[in-house]
Design a protein around this ligand. Structure first.
Ligand SMILES: Nc1ncnc2c1ncn2[C@@H]1O[C@H](COP(=O)(O)OP(=O)(O)OP(=O)(O)O)[C@@H](O)[C@H]1O
Ligand SMILES: [Mg+2]
Length: 435
């Protein structure tokens, strides 16, 4: 029997239509019609093909929704924005699931579009959960390297003493545990893109070596003298202020300038509040599709809460929240379906305009006032989390679905020490509630 050639390995073209998809499905159906039995390998192949088709359908429907989404901003600016978004679609730009119509986001996508076909390094910065990894994938998907691998390295999750071996590989016997020669991520990403996530966490020794790759496209495995040529496009991401780290001597300035030839900044969700209703719509649909249910309706007070909340975890937090609500609620979701650590008391919810409101000095600008309020909300959120988990950072990270290293960074930023919360009752009542 003939099984159609791996559609999953084809570069998914943005121009593919529903018609073309149906044709692929028909070919698959006809290949299933006659055989009396199937080998395991054939079943696996068909399984991969159906997965690829499902992803393609999801991508198409997202693109469609992105196109038809009503812009909430008014006037001429809205017109230009809609036109800019339409222009990206007309140019076959691949959004890879990025959704939104905020001017800063559209601008970031336009930069990504221009940067994608080049080999220039790109630095993406933004708070946790703002879509940095997604944006890195967008850059990869819109460039000439789509057929080659996209390899992610989380510089914050690898112990300092292993990071160089992870990036550049190692020679057998070069350190305890190096029982065989091993290629690093740069070699695996050859011809494709290497995504260096949390680049601010890269130790100085690794930074020097990375600089060398940027200058000469050469690497050396740990413990080896042999120089290996690599061709991997570098996209890095950080949620830290790298220039400040440079000032503190924790990040090399020369590396910073080389990495940030093109910089894309993703704004936190609380700075694009106008987009929250749109994202809620989109994510509710996405969750409904994934869970095979009707899109969940939101009660008025839940809707008010979701529009006023500060989202320290940004779009990831909103996304997780919409999936949670869609999973737990019946036809209509209410405050009780929110995660406990952010759930306002139902008695006071109506009177509370926004979670995380903080007192701010009178003589500061609106931007500064927003920053102060948001910092205060972030701190309270972490304090509540530490209290609820008895100072266990790993548990806290799982609970708020954030990378542990990020949680550590945030705790440091606010001068919080998990030790101070050890032994505190992991109560899920007053301690975990944000007021
Ligand atoms: N504009 C967007 N439209 C739709 N989904 C988005 C958007 N931005 C982010 N997301 C979703 O939010 C989640 C978090 O995104 P992503 O992992 O890219 O964030 P991040 O900035 O890399 O976070 P972190 O710093 O914690 O690693 C993902 O599920 C992603 O698909
Ligand atoms: Mg990330």
């Amino acid at each position: 029997m003939k099984i159609l050639d791996e559609p999953g390995t084809e570069p998914a073209q943005s121009s593919i239509s529903y018609g073309a998809l149906l044709e692929k499905i028909e070919i698959m159906r006809s290949s299933l019609r006659w055989p009396q039995s199937l080998e395991r390998t054939q079943i696996q192949k068909l399984f991969n093909q159906t997965n690829a088709l499902r992803d393609e359908v999801m991508r198409l429907s997202r693109t469609e929704r992105f196109l038809t989404a009503k812009s909430r901003s008014a006037g001429e600016a809205k017109q230009t924005l809609t036109e800019r978004r339409q222009a990206l679609l007309d140019r076959q730009f691949r959004f890879e699931g990025v959704f939104g119509d905020n001017p800063k986001l559209i601008e970031a996508l336009e930069i990504a579009e221009k940067a994608a076909p080049t080999d220039l390094p790109v630095l993406i910065d933004g708070e946790s959960g703002t879509g940095k990894e997604l944006m890195a994938k967008v850059i990869h998907a819109n460039g000439d390297r789509t057929e080659a691998p996209f390899v992610t390295v989380n510089c914050g999750a690898i112990p300092d003493n292993l990071i160089e071996s992870e990036l550049f590989g190692h020679k057998k016997g070069s350190f305890t545990g190096a029982s065989a020669d091993r290629a690093g991520k740069f070699e695996s990403a050859n011809g494709g893109t290497i995504f260096l996530d949390e680049i601010g966490e890269l130790p100085l020794a690794g930074q020097v070596k990375l600089l060398r790759v940027l200058q000469s496209n050469e690497i050396q495995r740990v413990g080896s003298d042999q120089v290996i040529k690599v061709d991997a496009r570098i996209v890095a991401a950080t949620n830290r202020r790298l220039l400040e780290l440079c000032g503190q001597g924790a990040f090399r300035e020369d590396l910073y300038y080389r990495l940030s030839i093109i910089q894309v900044t993703l704004p936190p969700l609380r700075e694009r509040r106008d987009e929250i209703p749109l994202l809620i719509d989109f994510l509710t649909q996405e969750a409904a599709e994934r869970l095979g249910r009707e899109p969940v309706r939101l009660s008025r007070r839940l809707d008010r809460f979701l529009n006023g909340y500060d989202y320290p975890g940004n779009i990831r937090e909103l996304r997780n929240m919409m999936f949670r609500l869609s999973c737990l609620a019946g036809a209509e979701a209410d405050l009780e379906h929110l995660p406990e650590h952010i759930r306002p008391s139902t008695r006071t919810a109506a009177a509370e305009p926004a979670v995380g409101a903080a007192s701010v000095p009178e003589d500061v600008s609106l931007t500064e006032a927003k920053r102060i309020a948001s910092d205060a909300a972030e701190k309270r959120f972490l304090e509540a989390g530490l209290l609820a988990t008895g100072g266990n950072v790993t548990k806290l990270a799982q609970r708020i679905d954030m990378n542990r290293a990020h949680v550590q960074t945030l705790l440091k930023k606010h001068g919080l020490s998990s030790k101070d919360y050890r032994g505190s009752k992991a109560d899920n009542g007053a301690g975990s509630r944000i007021r």
